[in-house]
Design a protein around this ligand. Sequence first.
Ligand code: COI
Length: 313
Amino acid sequence: MTLHSVSESGVDVENCADINWDEIGFSPVPTDFMYVMKCAKGDNFSEGSLVPFGNIEINPFATIINYGQGIFEGLKAYRTEDGHIVLFRPEQNAQRMKMGADRFCMPSPSIDQFINAVKQTALANKRWVPPLGKGSLYIRPLLMGTGASLSVVPAPEYTLVVYCTPVTNYHKGALNLKVESKFYRAISGTGGTGGIKSVTNYAPVYAATTAAKADGFSDVLFLDSATGKNIEEVSACNVFVVKGNSICTPEANGAILPGITRKSIIEIALDLGYQVMERAVSLEEMLDADEVFCTGTAVVVNSVSSVTYKETR
Ligand code: COI
């Protein structure tokens, strides 16, 4: 499991931004720079550049805001004990972006271009990488159709923007999850878009999460849309079920986001001697588990304290 070094030499911790690092939470803090790279339809991305962080101008006919032609990634830069800055498995994000771009008929940056853009963004904003133990720099590469189209066809122009903000974990403490029985996150099976990190996969969870949060739950667990019997994913993270020495997680079958933390946890659990299964996991099985936990870049690894289904825990 590789950590990419971003800084050549130790970064002076004294040069961190002058903010209260104990209060950063998970919300956007404007940092100094973002990276922008453009590409016409049918071309390859070439050189991008760093520009001051700020609003972006967009054509109202752009396909991302009309037809949802957009995908994003999330990855983190951390400070090491000696002050270096490292990235967690950025090549995995680059590959996942390529997969999503193919599905949405967009050109994508090469693996090297993606990693270079992320590194440049992290370095240009190095004073925003939290001191060791205070969180991480969350980096968000967003690939979008920025060319104008009224017809439902791929845009004539694309933009990759990479921006960042310092964060701590997404949720505070263990999760009490509500199982959603009315709405679904993605259609089951391989033909949908649940398995790519598209912008269109996130707003559809708002109705369920808003209602659940109003009832005191931390988040919502979605079931598969075909049978309504198997667990799929929480609004912004993958889920694992532990029983004795075996760990199960829903297989990445096209409806589940193939999370990079998910993949890393599977590798670590196998190394530790657990039996790990990627397969359909029924809600019943989850309710009978010894332990449940969630994984994601934003969430990291978070334990689940309770799961409630139609008021039954
Ligand atoms: C991530 O974990 O990086 C995510 O994309 C979750 C985000 C939607 C908050």
